[in-house]
Design a binder for this molecule. Structure first.
Ligand SMILES: Cc1cc2nc3c(=O)[nH]c(=O)nc-3n(C[C@H](O)[C@H](O)[C@H](O)COP(=O)(O)OP(=O)(O)OC[C@H]3O[C@@H](n4cnc5c(N)ncnc54)[C@H](O)[C@@H]3O)c2cc1C
Length: 435
């Protein structure tokens, strides 16, 4: 089977790996393979262009990395220093220990924190008395407000989810984004009771994994092993076989995998299957930019004694979240430098605006030693209310078109492990189609 893959981010590259493993020929088209993932080295610091890690509890990325011989390169986050600050009334308050995203599982840290008002603490306690119920799809904001009140949306759900989805909880779908908690609500009524009953014993594993020499080594190894062509796919057509127009030529394949982001896939698919194309186009995407600033360590008086901070919307100016790289990861930053990764959902956020925030929040007035800007327009798919049935319909329609497959972050999870899994699912489906 000869397969053409449009898009060589982690989803497309993972798909190519699993296709090759199953004995198929896969050609990946992408002018910049790796997609969002990449690593640079500046002043002796390893800097990530996009994602810096993945959730260790999801196995698919780790499995693939071990398969391609990079298992020894996997390292964990510095969990003994794990702490996150959240800005409240202009002060950094520590995110209480034992939170499963927004759900408390330890009493004392919640009672002691100054991040939540007493009203919210009371709501968290009273939540355990709820009765089970199955409700229709609704937004994360509605779901969290129902359980803990609006304050839990503003000071927990919104800043935590903004880092993952880059979107507003007012639009994100609770069953798509918080499936476990919705299940708990149906089974136990209370998400606190559900989280406590199903709490897993500590595995001793770090929360996050990354690659010792940067995430770029992961996609770099996959791209080296893949057959790649450095072209954008401009059009696709199906006439019993698939024809991909790229680099001024038409390339013919038995199957095609669209792994180029749902929004770009929509443009490619519309002329072939307008309904599936429209469904793809209906998935909104948000943008993200990262200013990574390096300072002389002596110019930063703050102890940087956490993984970083989150800024809830009511207190936000330019920065949405900031990672303190040397604290979170071993071996990335020399001792004499402090690296701050500052995230914004606005592509136009300027370095000056970011530095104003750092002055206000951390008292940093010095010039940075270096600054790196990575802008990712329309890169974060939004799992809005109705996402699950929308994707089911999209998959049903695409299944009717022989040899068409989708992979990527817009369907069943945005994290790197989910993307690897989506690439593998497409590869497995292609293999199954031959049986
Ligand atoms: C700023 C940011 C930080 C993130 N941090 C994390 C994190 O720490 N951990 C985590 O697990 N996840 C993180 N994510 C999410 C995760 O990185 C992405 O979901 C994932 O990398 C997407 O991979 P992909 O291959 O599906 O898409 P992409 O990486 O977007 O790759 C798509 C590829 O398609 C190519 N392409 C586009 N159009 C065409 C075309 N017409 N023809 C051919 N090729 C085309 C592009 O050049 C690109 O290389 C982050 C996302 C962002 C935006």
């Amino acid at each position: 089977m000869k397969v053409g893959i449009a898009g060589g981010g982690i989803s497309g590259l993972a798909c190519a790996h699993y296709l090759r493993k199953a004995g198929h020929q896969a050609i990946v088209f992408d002018p910049s393979p790796g997609g969002l993932i990449g690593t640079t080295e500046v002043h002796g610091c390893l800097l990530e262009t996009g994602p810096e890690s993945w959730l260790a509890s999801k196995p698919w990325a780790e499995t693939l990395i071990r398969e391609i011989g990079l298992g020894d390169e996997i390292i964990g986050s510095n969990d003994s220093l794990r702490k996150t600050y959240v800005l409240r009334h202009g002060n950094f308050e520590t995110l209480p220990e034992g939170l499963q995203l927004v759900v408390p599982t330890k009493l004392i840290p919640v009672l002691k924190t100054r991040l939540f008002s007493w009203g919210m603490k009371f709501r968290m306690g009273a939540e355990v008395f709820r009765s089970p119920k199955a409700l229709p799809d609704r937004s994360v904001s509605e779901f969290i407000t129902d359980h803990f009140g609006r304050e839990a949306v503003d000071y927990l759900a919104e800043p935590l989810l903004a880092g993952v989805y880059g979107g507003s909880p007012d639009f994100l779908s609770a069953p798509s984004v918080l499936p476990k908690f919705v299940e708990h609500e149906q089974r136990y009524g209370s998400v606190v009771v559900g989280a406590l009953r199903e709490k897993k014993a500590a595995t001793g594993k770090p929360v996050f994994y990354t690659m010792r020499r940067g995430m770029g080594t992961f996609v770099g190894r996959l791209a080296e092993a893949a057959e790649t062509l450095p072209y954008r796919v401009n059009a696709i057509d199906y006439n019993g076989v698939w024809e991909l127009s790229a680099g001024g030529e038409t390339h013919v394949f038995d199957s095609v995998v669209l792994a180029c982001g749902a929004n770009r896939a929509a443009d490619l698919l519309k002329p072939v299957e307008p309904d599936a194309g429209d469904l793809l186009a209906s998935i909104p995407h948000n943008s993200s930019s990262i200013w990574t600033l390096g300072y002389r360590r002596e110019d930063v008086a703050h102890p940087l004694d956490a993984f970083g901070f989150l800024i809830p919307k009511p207190e936000r100016q330019a920065i949405m979240a900031c990672t303190w790289v040397a604290t979170k990861w071993p071996g990335r930053v020399p001792d004499n430098i402090a690296v701050l990764r500052c995230f914004s959902s606005d592509l136009n956020t300027t370095q000056d605006a970011v530095r104003d925030d750092l002055r206000r929040l951390l008292g940093i007035t010095a010039e940075p030693v270096f600054a790196q800007l990575n802008q990712w327009p329309e890169a974060m798919p939004q799992y809005t209310v109705g996402h699950t049935p929308r994707i089911a319909e999209l998959e049903a329609r695409s299944a009717e078109i022989p040899g068409l497959y989708l992979a990527g972050n817009a369907y069943h999870g945005v994290g790197i492990p989910d993307c690897v899994r989506s690439g593998k699912r497409a590869a497995d489906a292609i293999t199954r189609s031959l049986l």
